[in-house]
Design a protein. Structure first.
Length: 452
């Protein structure tokens, strides 16, 4: 597919890297030569210096035969205008980044009236991810949702001296006595799609699926805390904090936001009646102690500085067993950061890039099975994809024990008419089922691609 990206900030650069890796023809437009040079130094894409609102610039980028235009400049209004001009100049789908909270209530109208394929809001997407994580015990590092919210894939670290240390995958059900399926294991920077003879070790990060009641039973078997968050401290009063606090309104949870900017504190206080807002420097541990960091159930570090977020999270972990969530914008040191005790890591730019990748996969899929949902798991080294089973799938109605899948692909769960099935050898796929596939094989476009 031919895709034009207008604006090559952090979101645009991540998108260009991800879409190029998926073998798409990507063109990047920006009026900042230094930013374009950074793009050409790292990835093989065509770059055009200019303004994406100008028709001549879009013509130079090939708008007339483009399949998709994504506007990701710093200006919401410019992104919308760019999409309008692109619609007139060509016949492509358009995606606009709109992140200002003041437009939240108008998002649906903007999308419908301007015929946008998608509205991208990295801050709102990150807040949604955090809101999901808060529902789970502090041991859960990541949560991905399938089947329209009915199926969750959770990632946890196997603790020291765990009953899973030394356990073979095929012996799992006898060890923990609950019906879950481990579909990916991350160990020492490598990702494995485990077979029955794979041996688990303490320190492994495992991604698994199961009914929620079974997931909670799994935590109990591993002697992990299962309590819910009743008090939350958010450090940093940016847009993500506002979106998150709004999502949690009405729930039985107390929320405290700390920010060093007095004007921002006053703005948040006027906007969110249910939130306690504190004006203070959260990099000062005395401020954190005074505000009760030792006693809260969750600490969420959302300042604009990665280093500050990491330090706050490390400090919170050192004095408490609370759930910790850390926002990281730079991904260059992700392997190093993931080895630190900073709880769950949230990267708004990667979440947004994944959303667009899911949309692009849906655009290019054949008339057979298609990608309903896509998440990158295990530090981005594996994918979890949800496909719908259609009559064109060559393996429907065949018992899974007789279905030959490619290597490094596992069928994690089946969703059928509201019921979650953790598959065994005698189960099979029916037309209209949705199925979650976990794999280190990238670029799967349809369910038939999984077959050997």
């Amino acid at each position: 597919m031919k895709i034009i990206i207008v604006g090559c900030g952090k979101v645009g650069l991540n998108l260009a890297e991800q879409l190029t890796s998926e073998k798409h023809n990507v063109v990047v437009i920006d009026n900042n030569y230094k930013k374009l040079r950074k793009v050409t130094d790292s990835i093989d894409v065509m770059c055009i210096e200019g303004d994406g609102i100008i028709s001549a610039t879009l013509d130079e980028a090939g708008i007339k035969d483009a399949d998709l235009l994504i506007a990701t400049t710093e200006s919401d209004e410019k992104n919308v205008l760019c999409c309008l001009v692109a619609k007139k100049a060509g016949n492509c789908q358009t995606i606009a980044r709109i992140r200002n909270p003041k437009y939240t209530k108008e998002i649906r109208n903007i999308k419908d009236e301007l015929n946008l394929a998608m509205i991208l809001n990295p801050d709102h997407a990150a807040a949604s991810e955090i809101a999901r994580l808060i529902r789970y015990p502090s041991s859960v590092k990541k949560s991905d949702t399938f089947a329209k919210g009915r199926v969750d894939m959770l990632t946890v670290e196997i603790p020291k001296e765990s009953i899973l240390d030394g356990c073979k995958i095929k012996e799992l059900h006898r060890t923990v006595h609950c019906n879950i399926l481990i579909c990916a294991v991350e160990r020492d920077g490598e990702v494995y799609i485990p077979t029955g003879d794979f041996i688990l070790r303490s320190g492994d990060h495992i991604s698994f699926v199961g009914k929620r009641s079974q997931q909670m039973e799994f935590f109990k078997e591993l002697k992990m805390a299962t309590g819910v968050c009743k008090s939350i401290m958010i450090v940093g009063g940016g847009n993500i904090a506002i979106y998150l606090a709004s999502m949690l309104e009405g729930l039985p949870v107390s929320i405290k936001i700390i920010d060093s900017d007095l004007d921002r504190c006053n703005f948040i206080s006027d906007l969110l009646d249910h939130v306690t807002v504190i004006n203070g420097d959260a990099s000062d541990k005395d401020v954190l102690l005074e505000e009760g960091i030792e006693n809260v159930d969750a600490v969420i570090a959302l300042t604009g500085l990665d280093e500050e977020n990491i330090m706050i999270s490390l400090y919170a972990k050192s004095i408490s067993d609370c759930k910790v969530i850390t926002k990281i914008n730079r991904i260059n040191f992700e392997d190093v950061i993931s080895s630190l005790n900073v709880g769950s890591i949230i990267n708004p730019k990667l979440i947004s890039a994944d959303s667009i990748t899911r949309h692009v996969r849906g655009m290019q899929n054949s008339l057979g099975s298609n990608v309903e949902t896509l998440y990158r798991i295990a530090s981005g080294k594996a994918e979890a994809l949800e496909f719908r089973v259609t009559k064109d799938f060559k393996g429907h109605s065949i018992p899974l024990m007789d279905m030959k899948l490619k290597e490094n692909i596992i069928l994690a769960c089946i969703h059928r008419q509201g019921n979650l099935i953790i598959p065994g050898g005698h189960d099979y796929l029916e037309i209209n089922d949705t199925v979650v596939i976990v794999t280190t094989v990238t670029g799967l476009d349809e369910l038939n691609d999984c077959l050997a």
